[in-house]
Design a protein around this ligand. Structure first.
Ligand SMILES: Cc1cc2nc3c(=O)[nH]c(=O)nc-3n(C[C@H](O)[C@H](O)[C@H](O)COP(=O)(O)OP(=O)(O)OC[C@H]3O[C@@H](n4cnc5c(N)ncnc54)[C@H](O)[C@@H]3O)c2cc1C
Length: 463
C-alpha cells in the first residue's frame, strides 16, 4: 500500500473544509488543511456573519422611530460607519481564531497557503513550493462573486466582498441583481441612510421564492424608499467629472451614484486549481461534478460546499462535510439530503421559508389548499409603522401534508428553522391545527388558520 504524508488533505478553510478537517482529525486521522485567505471562509469573513451584523446595524433607525409610540424620546442619533466596520472586524477575527483553535485542538495541521492539485493524490503548497501527498483530498474552495467582465466599466464596481469594508459609507448606491445577496444589501444600505436603487433584469426579485413573499417584500422595500427597477439592466458604468459613477441602464436612463455593486451570481473557485492534472471533471460553469456521496471523477478526491454548485448555503456545506466523514471514515455511507432546506432572506422584513412555493406545488400536485394570513404585527400598532406580516401554508389536499411554509415578517428566519423540523417530520395540516397557540405571538397564526384561503386544482386557483 502506498504511504502518504496525510490521510486527508483539505483545500479551503471555510464552512465545509473546516468541518471535514476537524472531524477527521478528531478521529485520529493525519489531517492537513490549507487556506489561502482567512480561516472561516466566506460565511465568517465576508458572508453570513458580517452580513447579519450589518443587518442589525441597519435596523436601529427604525427602532429609534418606533420607540416614540411606546413613550420614549430618543435623542438625536448619528451613525458611524467606520466604527461598525471596526466592530465587525473584531468579531470576525475572534471567530477566525475559534475556527483555527477547533482545528488545532482536534490535531489538524493548519496551513496558511494556497494549495493546488498536481495529481490525483498530490498537492502543491504555493507558499513553500513543497509537494505533499494524501490518501484522500477534500476540495472545499467555495466561490467568489462574478465580476461580470462583459459589462463595460465593471472594474469601477464593487461586489459583496468590498461592500463590507468600504472606506466610507456612500451617500447613494445602485445594486444590480435580484437574488438574496442583492436584496439583503439593498436593505442594509437603505437602513443605514444610503439612497438605494436595486436594478434587476428579471420580472420580479427573488424569483425562486413564493410569489407572496417576493411581492410582499418588493412592496415593503418600495414603501421604505428603496427604488426597485425590474426588467432593466446596467449597460455600462463610467466615472463622471465629479468622481461619481454613472450607470447607463437599458430603460431607466443614467443612474448616478457613489457606488455600483454587482451581485450577479457567484463563480466556483476552480480556476488554476490543477483539477485537470488530478482528473477532476467540472461542468460548464467550472463547478466540480460529484456523485451522491460527494465523490469527484478522480478516485480519492471529494468536493463539497459551494464549489459543487448544489445548494450554496453554509449549513449545506457543513452537512455535506459530515456526510463525507460518515461515508469515508465511519463505514456508514451517507448521501447528503438536500430536501426541505429551510432558509431565510435577511431583508427587512425578513423572509423565512421551507418547502415548495405555491407555484412549484401547483406543478406537482393536483389539489392544493392554501392557507394565507396577512396582518399588521402587534409591535406596529403603537409604533404606527405601516407594515404587514404574511404567513402561508401550502397543503396537499389529498393527504393533508404541509408542502411549504412561507413567512414574511419579523424573525421569519427564526420561525423557518422550527417549521423546517415540522416539514421534515412530515407533519400534516391537522398536526398544525391540534397544536396549541402561543399567545400573543405572530407565529400563532400558523396554527390558527383553520380554513383554506383558496384552493388550487390542476394548476387553477379556485375561490
Ligand atoms: C454576502 C453573502 C452572504 C451569505 N449569507 C448566507 C446566509 O445568510 N446563510 C447561509 O447559509 N449562507 C450564506 N452565504 C453562503 C455561504 O457563505 C456559503 O454557502 C458557504 O460559505 C460555503 O462554504 P464552503 O466551505 O463551500 O466555501 P467557503 O466558505 O467559501 O470557503 C472556501 C475557502 O477556500 C479558500 N480557498 C479557495 N481556493 C483555495 C486554494 N486553492 N487553496 C487554499 N484555500 C483556498 C477560500 O479563501 C475560502 O476561505 C452567503 C454568502 C455570501 C457571499
Amino acid at each position: 500500500m502506498a504511504s502518504f504524508d496525510y490521510d486527508l488533505f483539505v483545500i479551503g478553510g471555510g464552512s465545509g473544509g473546516v468541518r471535514s478537517g476537524r472531524l477527521a482529525a478528531a478521529m485520529g486521522k493525519r489531517v492537513a488543511i490549507a487556506e489561502e485567505f482567512r480561516y472561516g471562509g466566506t460565511c465568517v469573513i465576508r458572508g453570513c456573519v458580517p452580513k447579519k451584523l450589518y443587518v442589525y446595524a441597519s435596523q436601529f433607525a427604525e427602532h429609534f422611530e418606533d420607540a416614540e409610540g411606546y413613550g420614549w424620546t430618543v435623542g438625536e442619533s448619528t451613525f458611524d460607519w467606520k466604527k461598525l466596520v471596526a466592530a465587525k472586524d473584531k468579531e470576525i477575527t475572534r471567530l477566525e481564531g475559534l475556527y483555527q483553535k477547533g482545528l488545532a485542538n482536534a490535531g489538524a495541521e493548519i496551513l496558511h497557503t494556497r494549495a493546488e492539485l498536481t495529481g490525483p493524490n498530490t498537492i502543491k503548497l504555493l507558499d513553500s513550493g513543497r509537494t505533499v501527498t494524501a490518501e484522500r483530498i477534500v476540495i472545499a474552495v467555495g466561490g467568489h462573486p462574478s465580476s461580470h467582465d462583459a459589462l463595460p466599466g465593471h472594474e469601477l464596481c464593487i461586489s459583496s466582498n468590498e461592500a463590507f469594508d468600504l472606506p466610507e459609507l456612500p451617500k447613494s448606491i445602485v445594486i444590480a441583481g435580484g437574488g438574496y445577496i442583492a436584496v439583503e444589501f439593498a436593505n442594509i444600505f437603505h437602513g443605514l441612510g444610503v439612497e438605494t436603487t436595486l436594478i434587476y433584469r428579471g420580472k420580479e426579485i427573488l424569483s425562486r421564492f413564493d410569489q407572496d413573499m417576493r411581492r410582499g417584500l418588493h412592496a415593503a422595500m418600495e414603501q421604505k424608499g428603496i427604488r426597485i427597477l425590474c426588467e432593466d439592466l446596467i449597460q455600462s458604468v463610467t466615472r463622471n467629472a465629479e468622481g461619481r459613477l454613472v450607470a447607463e441602464t437599458m430603460k431607466n436612463g443614467a443612474l448616478t451614484a457613489d457606488q455600483v455593486m454587482l451581485a450577479l451570481g457567484r463563480v466556483p473557485n476552480t480556476k488554476g486549481l490543477g483539477l485537470e492534472a488530478a482528473g477532476v471533471a467540472v461542468n460548464e460553469r467550472g463547478a466540480i461534478l460529484i456523485d451522491a456521496f460527494s465523490r469527484t471523477s478522480a478516485p480519492g478526491v471529494y468536493a463539497l460546499g459551494d464549489v459543487t454548485d448544489r445548494v450554496q448555503l453554509t449549513p449545506v456545506a457543513i452537512h455535506e462535510a459530515m456526510c463525507f466523514i460518515e461515508t469515508e471514515y465511519k463505514g456508514n455511507p451517507t448521501s447528503p439530503d438536500h430536501d426541505l432546506i429551510a432558509t431565510a432572506v435577511f431583508s427587512q422584513p425578513e423572509i423565512g421559508t421551507v418547502g415548495l412555493s405555491e407555484d412549484e406545488a401547483a406543478k406537482k400536485f393536483e389539489d392544493l389548499e392554501v392557507y394565507r394570513a396577512e396582518f399588521r404585527p402587534m409591535k406596529a400598532t403603537l409604533s404606527g409603522r405601516s407594515e404587514k406580516t404574511i404567513m402561508k401554508l401550502v397543503v396537499n389536499a389529498a393527504d393533508r401534508k404541509v408542502l411549504g411554509a412561507h413567512i414574511l415578517g419579523h424573525e421569519a428566519g427564526e420561525m423557518a428553522q422550527l417549521l423546517g423540523i415540522t416539514l421534515k417530520a412530515g407533519c400534516t395540516k391537522d398536526d398544525f391545527d391540534r397544536t396549541m397557540a402561543v399567545h400573543p405571538t405572530a407565529s400563532e397564526e400558523l396554527v390558527t388558520m383553520y380554513n383554506p384561503s383558496y384552493r388550487i386544482k390542476n394548476g387553477e386557483r379556485i375561490g
